[in-house]
Write a protein that binds this ligand. Sequence first.
Ligand code: GDP
Ligand code: IMO
Ligand code: MG
Length: 429
Amino acid sequence: MSRSVVILGTQWGDEGKGKVVDMLTEQADAVVRFQGGHNAGHTIVVEDQQTILHLIPSGILHDGVECLIGNGVVLAPDALQEEITMLDRKGVQVAERLRVSPACPLIMPYHILLDQAREKKRGKTAIGTTGRGIGPAYEDKVSRRGLRVADLFDEPYCNQRLEDIVDYHNFVLREYFGFDTIDLDDMKGLSRDYAEILAPLVADVSARIHALQADNRNILFEGAQGTLLDIDHGTYPFVTSSNTLAGGACAGSGTGPGSIDHVLGVVKAYTTRVGGGPFPTELFDDVGERLASRGKEFGATTGRARRCGWLDAVALGRAVRINGVTGLCITKLDVLDRLETIKICTAYACGGRPFDPLLMDGRAFERCEPVYEELEGWQESTSGATELSQLPEQAKAYLYRIEELSGVSIDLISTGPDRGHTIVCNAVY
Ligand code: GDP
Ligand code: IMO
Ligand code: MG
């Protein structure tokens, strides 16, 4: 039986999705990205060799696997070209196996300028975006102003559209932000380069997914960012600009909800966040520093230090509900090795009273004080464990408690960055 599985982050991103997708691709025929753009940074480690992917699906290191970029992804063709070249240098053949939807909105240089101008203007309340033009590109899509991949192949139409778009954005850049403007002819020239890069890669991604499913093939849908960064359900306005949820996999690739068989929620054994915004379980002490250094918590896209804290089971419960998570993958368990105690946030309070916010937006999250449950830590190493029986009793107790609190069973446990550092509890395929 073929299976289509969505893999997504249940926290604020960087849960280890890349590693899990790469590991599961062993049994998959295609991997699909359905939202976000090159704001993502997905790290794969195979025999000590690290590869960081931003746009290309994390299945690319497996020969013969198709990698599809769905219509929900905002696409920067120059970033894509850079990634293809990086992989080519590593001996990974990309061109034959990568396909891009013609409906992908394009990220153009003015989006990057606008992203930077907005952040600068926000000052202290800056979102801490990746500065890749993601938000402005999605804005152009929703305002029905943007250019899409398909538009590149009709030069007169593309040029005409660019005249209006550049005029509009230059007005905003100059008059509102006091920023430098962009040159229309430069954009027209760039669109020719982009057409050349993308021409061999364009395909009907939705039709391809349907054909694979009809042929009983296994497909992985690879989420980027995480549930708490979702534009609708996350800690708004400190979020990204796409739907990062499982529901986004359908709209962002052109497939129906009925074709999704399993939703694997990736949960880091603690929590990290990069950029601004509230984070109730954030640690400012030496335990937080220890998680950051043991977990090597520096951004895979921007190199920024990630903020660290305890696992938030309230937010996880919400993530399970809004994504319809049917299995968990706990990552970076090894980072918790040798802590005396481990805390899990099991409820929120506000001013010392129980607090259950209606909406988990940024303002409500700011008021949430974590109520913790304490568990005993373990003093042994779990690093690289591949069997449940290798784990100390306290580590198992922590995992069982996560299952209990979330109401979902654990399929996979990751105990190190390498593909092989994984415990399989329930086979996903
Ligand atoms: P993603 O954005 O969700 O794909 O995650 P990132 O790649 O941005 O960040 C996860 C980081 O943790 C990467 O450096 C991975 O190599 C690393 N990693 C993944 N799983 C594990 C694990 O189980 N243990 C440890 N120690 N590192 C891991
Ligand atoms: P992966 O896929 C962690 C964060 C940014 C910022 C907010 C908005 O590697 O998990 P954007 O550039 O998207 O407009 O920034 O979202 N952010 C991420 N944080 N992991 C990511 O991706 C992220 N992509 C965006 O730091 O707070
Ligand atoms: Mg990442």
